[in-house]
Design a protein around this ligand. Sequence first.
Ligand SMILES: Cc1ncc(COP(=O)(O)O)c(C=O)c1O
Length: 318
Amino acid sequence: METQLPILCYHQGKIMPLADAKIGILTHAMSYGTGCFEGIRAYYNADHGQLYIFRAREHFERFHQSARILMIDVKLDPDALVKMTIDLLSQSNLHTDAYIRPMAYKTDEAIGVRLHNLKDDIYIACLPFGNYIDVDRALNVGVSSWKRVDDNMIPARGKITGSYVNSAFAKSEAQMNNFDEAIMLDNDGHVSEGSAENLFMLRNGIAYTPPVTSNILEGITRQTIMTLLREDLNIPVVERVIDRTELYVCDELILCGTGAQIAPVGTVDHRPVGNGGIGKVGHSLQNLYFDVVRGKVAKYSNWCTPVHVEARQPLTIG
Ligand SMILES: Cc1ncc(COP(=O)(O)O)c(C=O)c1O
């Protein structure tokens, strides 16, 4: 059931219709990229009549971490931000998959590039949302000519608006060269991440992922996958530096992120990964992940925050 109510957002300290939330054209964050944000999904489970926000608390903890890097003071703590998001989704009466976009940013309409002595604000916007990347087929990816921003340039562990120009260069280059997605290397030439995804490589029964010091965003889905691989699929996970050509010889390659969800890769730089389709581990992970995010796996129910008070029901599997 699609909502008839206006979609609501939190902006300038108030809840208001999303359509009414506006900022001035000289806003500092607009001019200089001085904002940080989150991308959070909520999944609707029709059997439960419930919308579940996935790993809400972890996203808002990272939101605070990004804001701290940018010298932005977010007045609401992570628990209050989760509560505000529940209120927005619930009052918008959303009964469909949704995307939540919190932003903390420098609001001054001022000329002058800096981080200090500026006013901050936050907004939280919610909107209905489907797949960001095709998850029904294996992706064709290419290693980008654009390098990932280094920690001493724009720290990738902060989800900073300005750094997404780096991702946008890589994504457009990839798509204009007929790839689905880009893999970016760091300045040392080691594998970092996709334009908006972390990655896992399977070699001889072990899953490898670049460490948090490889200029990656410290992904929440990455954390989720590490747990699911270890606890449910009995696959050891190792965080270590990955070479570009390891991607050419690995058994499976999987991109993951809130937007991309679980996106197995079929080719890298035109070379097939495994048999070029969705591999065994990628397939199992997709099935498990989509059950987990929709609140169907009891042992991970603490990752799923229910939105609609009247629909809270017992979980079913596991
Ligand atoms: C650059 C980048 N890396 C990785 C990710 C995956 O992070 P998460 O799983 O927390 O969404 C994202 C997505 O938000 C991203 O933008």
